[in-house]
Design a protein around this ligand. Structure first.
Ligand code: IPE
Ligand code: IPE
Ligand code: MG
Length: 246
């Protein structure tokens, strides 16, 4: 029996999110430039996207570029944006072949024009795909997202579109970038860092967290299966007692 056969399809996370970290260190360990790490990271993206679709995960969200990542050296930021355009052009076929819908969250207007255009094109071309949604977090920061929600809601209150009493979890959910996505069930972070780095703070309120030392360019199908099996062996109680669940 292979590792994959140990995964129970009825217990898959509905929404899997991944903080893809460690490209720079991967390259450094090999005496190579950080950009080579990012290039190899895109191979892991393809592998994980394909594996997730194959297993039957409905929603996969990948942290590709944070609001804080703009502070990196200009040359690295430029390279990452070029790599994004290149990957979108190259992977549209993978998305279509696997019936995957591409979406994006974040302050997308901050992306360079070319990257923004290419992204919108792929989002549009794949909009009718139904097997899985792949959401790229680009120029994404959870605090920025929450500020956006507060601004939109206060504006609606001010203009009598909603009343303060109406504000509840579902209204907040509907104003987040992730409005069409369910809560995150499993959050994976690679590279050994055990932090959230401003990713989906609201949406991971009850997510299971999984940290692995594997650097993102080394993260392959087998590592995803390991994470899923680990997840499936946990008891998600959502505040209840263990006895209440059985
Ligand atoms: C993740 O790898 C990719 C991005 C954040 C864009 P890093 O570039 O953060 O790699 P490390 O953490 O420096 O090794
Ligand atoms: C988080 O990784 C952002 C992405 C993976 C896109 P970072 O490498 O930017 O996070 P920190 O700075 O180590 O927290
Ligand atoms: Mg990093």
């Amino acid at each position: 029996m292979s590792l994959k056969d140990h995964i129970l399809t009825e217990k898959l996370p509905n929404h899997l999110a991944i903080i893809m970290d460690g490209n720079g260190r991967w390259a450094k360990q090999k005496g190579m430039l950080r950009v080579i790490g990012h290039e190899n990271g895109t191979k892991s993206v393809r592998e994980v996207v394909e594996a997730s679709a194959e297993i039957g995960i409905k929603h996969l969200t990948l942290y590709a570029f944070s609001t804080e990542n703009w502070k990196r050296p200009k040359i690295e930021v430029q390279t990452l944006m070029k790599l994004l355009v290149k990957s979108l052009k190259k992977e549209i076929k993978t998305l279509q072949d696997n019936n995957i819908r591409l979406m994006a969250i974040g302050n997308l207007m901050d992306l360079p024009k070319k990257a923004h255009q290419e992204l919108m094109e792929v989002i549009d071309k794949t909009k009718n795909n139904t097997h899985m949604t792949l959401t790229l977090a680009l120029s994404y920061g959870s605090r920025e997202e929450i500020i956006k929600v507060i601004k939109e809601l206060t504006d609606k209150v001010k203009n009598n579109i909603i009343s303060i009493e109406n504000i509840d979890e579902s209204i907040i959910n509907n104003h987040l970038y992730t409005q069409n996505l369910p809560d995150v069930d499993l959050l994976i972070r690679t590279s050994g860092e055990q932090r959230i780095s401003n990713f989906l703070l609201w949406q991971i309120a009850y997510a299971e967290l999984y940290f692995t030392d594997i650097l993102w360019p080394d993260f392959k199908k087998k590592d995803l299966y390991d994470a899923l099996i680990n997840y499936q062996n946990r008891e998600r109680r959502f505040g209840k007692t263990s006895e209440q669940l059985s």
